[in-house]
Design a protein around this ligand. Sequence first.
Ligand code: F6P
Length: 363
Amino acid sequence: MKSNYKRIGVLTGGGDCPGLNAVIRAVVKTAMANNVEVIGIYNGYNGLVNNQMIKMEDYHVAGILDKGGTILGTTNRDNPFHFCITEKGEKVFVDKSHQALENLKAREIEALVVIGGDGTIKIANDFCSLGLSVVAVPKTIDNDIPLTERTFGFDTAVHVATEALDRLRTTAESHHRVMILEVMGRYAGWIALHCGIAGGADGILIPEIPYQLDAVVDTINKRISRGKLFSLLVVAEGAKPVGGDVTVARIVENSFEKIRLGGVGQKIAHQIEDLTGIESRCTVLGHVQRGGTPTSYDRVLATRYGVAAVNALLSGHHAHMVALQRNEIITTSIGVVAGKPNNISLDNKLLQAASLTGVCLGQ
Ligand code: F6P
């Protein structure tokens, strides 16, 4: 595979995430140090199809290390292989992947660094099948990409959620209430588990362990019998009851996701209040977990990923993802990762730690 590239492209796809700009900065700086030009592609795969790109200069990446969001823009909607256009007033889906490749060829962009989560990585893998050289960088607050111990953005989301729990604790205690924090994470409970432990939650409900409400109510009642008149619960947005399904906030069209999760925390709050008589309130943290400045851990990880992605391309990797394993950055085949989930296994040590320290996991 070719590795003496003159020009590479970079795009950010899927939901935004703290640390995206730190990756872009590292990609541009590392490429420039190797006399490789970088073309920034706007708004994820949309800019690839619609030919919206810019040559990245030093000044584009100056002062962005700690900036939230992405200077290139992003979308979790556009898939070039199933691209939505309007024809005669009707929405239709067409394959625009060849258009995207032609746009790259016309600009002499020989390879791509694609920064994204599972939807973005799956599309990157489809482009690899068409012969495009791609190295992906695993991005998501959810930490649900396989074969990497950490996605960048996760640490920041956990930090934000932990701070929220610390704040909810004092108001829960003052008012003798049950406070529920609903956190993001899609179908994985990583954010809930980590912030729940860090914030001293009494219960943590995650998608991987369908919950029994009775177990949660029992925990609350036992606390009351010990004179603890308040409880703090973390509920992952993808949590579901035994025998039941996830709570859907909305069905969405033309998105990497077909449904928007949300509302399980409020539902549980009402049920707990009915069953215990204790006032129960829910706070949905939502996109606060994704916005704003990355933690120092995420800035460092994002920088390491950006540097490694360019180095991987320059050393001949062409269908790969950079990943963190045993605190080293490695490369793994993108085909092994694409389309696969990364859920908390039931023998996860942190899950055991939660259980052993008296946290109710809804069982
Ligand atoms: O994948 C990141 C994430 O924030 C999930 O935790 C959440 O379910 C989803 O994206 C929300 O996406 P949107 O920005 O489309 O609401």
